[in-house]
Design a protein around this ligand. Structure first.
Ligand code: FPP
Length: 254
C-alpha cells in the first residue's frame, strides 16, 4: 500500500542533502496585515523581517542560492502607494542588513529589468551587490521586476540576434544555450532551483522561473510569509529530503 511519508519536527535534516538552490514565492503579506486590521504595507514590512530570518537560516543550513520573488513584472498593477513602498524596501533592507550579510558570507545578486526601477532603488541594489561582492558563501538572489515570460522573450531575442549575426547556428540551439541566455545564467550549475516554496496556501507559479523549475520539487504551505520561520524552512527541506527525485528516469537500486 502507498503511504505518505510523515514529516514531523523531531526529524533531523540530513545536512549532506541540503538543496543547493531554494526559490521562494513570498506570498501572504497583505492577508497577514488584513487579519490584524493593518494597512497592507505593514505586511510587507513584516515580510522584510522574515527575509532576514530566512536568509540567515538558509545560509547556516548550507543552501548555496536563495532566490526570493520580491517584485514581479505584474506587481506594477498594485496601487501606487503600495508600489512605492515595495520600491523603498530594498533601501530599508540593505541600509542595516548588509553587515549581517557580510558576517554570514552572503553575496547579493539581482535578476529582473533593473533599469525600469526608480533610480534610488537601482542605486541601493547595486551598492549592496558591490558591498557583498567578496562574499563567497550563499548567494541571496532577489527577483526584482522579474517575470519569467519576459525573461524567455528576452532570451529568445538574444539567441535570434546571435543566429542573425552568424555567431550561432540554429542547429546548435539546445538547453544549455537557452539556459545561458536566461537571467539565472550567472548562477552556473545552480541556476535551476532544487526546491520551490510558495507560502500562503496559493498553489500556482505566477510567472516565476518557468524554464528553471522543470524538475524542481514544489512545496506549498498555508503559512503566510510574515509567519514563515527558520523551522518552516527546515520543514520544507525535510519534505524535500523525503521526495524521490528521478528527473524523468527511474529510481536506482530497485
Ligand atoms: C506577496 O504578498 C508579496 C509581495 C508582492 C512582495 C514581497 C516582498 C517582501 C516579502 C519584502 C521584500 C524585501 C526586500 C528586501 C526586497 P501579497 O501582498 O500578494 O499578499 P496577499 O496575497 O495576502 O495580498
Amino acid at each position: 500500500m502507498f503511504r505518505k511519508k510523515e514529516i514531523n519536527d523531531e526529524q533531523t535534516l540530513d545536512l549532506s542533502r541540503i538543496p543547493n538552490h531554494v526559490a521562494i514565492i513570498m506570498d501572504g503579506n497583505g492577508r497577514w496585515a488584513q487579519k490584524r486590521h493593518l494597512p497592507r504595507i505593514a505586511g510587507h514590512k513584516r515580510g522584510m523581517e522574515t527575509v532576514k530570518t530566512i536568509t540567515k537560516a538558509a545560509s547556516q543550513l548550507g543552501v548555496k542560492v536563495l532566490t526570493l520573488y520580491a517584485f514581479s513584472t505584474e506587481n506594477w498593477k498594485r496601487p501606487e502607494q503600495e508600489v512605492n513602498y515595495l520600491m523603498s524596501l530594498p533601501g530599508k533592507f540593505f541600509s542595516n542588513f548588509v553587515p549581517e550579510l557580510v558576517a554570514n558570507n552572503v553575496s547579493v545578486n539581482v535578476m529582473g529589468e533593473l533599469d525600469q526601477l526608480p533610480e534610488e532603488t537601482q542605486k541601493v541594489v547595486l551598492k549592496a551587490i558591490d558591498d557583498t561582492a567578496d562574499c563567497d558563501g550563499m548567494i541571496l538572489n532577489f527577483a526584482l521586476n522579474y517575470g519569467s515570460r519576459r525573461e524567455i522573450i528576452l532570451a529568445t531575442k538574444q539567441i535570434a540576434n546571435e543566429v542573425q549575426s552568424g555567431n550561432l547556428a540554429t542547429d546548435d540551439i539546445d538547453s544549455a544555450v537557452f539556459s545561458n541566455a536566461l537571467m539565472t545564467s550567472s548562477l552556473g550549475e545552480d541556476a535551476d532551483p532544487d526546491l520551490l516554496i510558495r507560502t500562503s496556501g496559493e498553489q500556482r507559479i505566477s510567472n516565476f522561473l518557468l524554464w528553471q523549475i522543470a524538475y524542481s520539487e514544489l512545496y506549498f504551505t498555508d503559512e503566510l510569509w510574515p509567519d514563515f520561520k527558520a523551522s518552516s524552512l527546515k520543514r520544507a527541506i525535510l519534505t524535500f529530503q523525503h521526495r524521490d527525485r528521478r528527473f524523468g528516469g527511474i529510481k536506482q537500486n530497485k
